[in-house]
Write a protein that binds this ligand. Sequence first.
Ligand code: ADP
Ligand code: MG
Length: 383
Amino acid sequence: MADSRPVSDDSGPTSQPTAGGSADSEDEPLLVVDELQTTFYTDKETIRAVDGVSLDIEAGETVGLVGESGSGKSVTARSILGLIDDPGRVEGGSIRFDGHELTDGSWEQHRGDLSIVFQDPINSMNPVYTVGNQIREALRIHQGLRGQEAREEAISLLEAVGIPDAPRRLEEYPHQYSGGMRQRAVIAIALACDPNLLVCDEPTTALDVTIQAQILELLDDLQREEDLGILFITHDMGVIEEIADRVNVMYAGEIVETAPADRLFDEPQHPYTRGLLASIPGRTAEGDELPTIGGEVPTPTSEPDECRFAPRCPAAFDACERIHPEHVDVSSVGTAGVETTDGMSGAEGTRGMEHTAACLLHEDRFEQSPGAATFEANGGDSQ
Ligand code: ADP
Ligand code: MG
């Protein structure tokens, strides 16, 4: 079932535990991931699958994590939930949830507060139990509900996720559900844990577009009703545009750009983000073939002293192969004469609203680089 997450103690990280419930936790977002490092030690190589990832999620906010297959999105999700098994280890950085540090091994204490919905609903459920059994089990463990009370709550959860004829469908097995209904049921099981944070790892990728749209709408509704924080993972920029308030773009273990969703789609600043956006149907001139970024995501096996995207980057210049780019503030880049940063802060507060990109093109010292000139020329933006 969605929440049967064996939290293995031996995947314990080496980072220093910090006292839970720190004094300033009230001002802190629901989830604060800081410089997360998750590594797989295989016979052949050391894979730095998550290499210094930082991101925040506020209650009631949907944060997108997007990038091509193999960029480290699922490992990020599993790290947050304490689901990394051998040969992997969360070995650095911090994950604070609701003011509590999780990387000291205390995931178990927060089971149910964090729930995950995976791409493949059939493997997320137990085929030998009815859907109702699985929802009631989650309700028993996480909310202490039993008997009639649990049954009623299970029915209302199935109804909440849009499954008609809920009392009858409760008694059916997963295989009796269609793909879209199964994913709804998985979401119902996840919700039965009464989570504050829902991590959705490509939850609609296996579904056709109509069902996908329904699931996205469902998540949107649930979030508003429950004040859920959602980390929404997908390789599909089109889906991110539908659902995310804020977006993190991931490449080869690192976040390369982060921005409020509108801003990211209007003013992408990292060449990788631009490449991903160009592949959304409708964003390119009619009749043009959709451009794709040539090549594949490299497996990060060593600490970077270069930009990992450089070999595929249309704007790369010499320095990109020698210097690892740090995130720089690009909040006011783009819209000439408009103070974009100020405009976006105000009522919403500033935390998490900033736009940053890890690209040398945005570092002052490289402003006159040949790559920058090419980038502007090819960008096709109104800069
Ligand atoms: P994404 O979800 O973005 O497609 P993943 O997070 O699944 O990518 O994978 C990121 C990297 O971590 C890949 O290079 C993958 O090979 C590696 N990886 C993931 N799980 C394991 C594992 N169990 N053992 C070894 N390497 C792994
Ligand atoms: Mg994945």
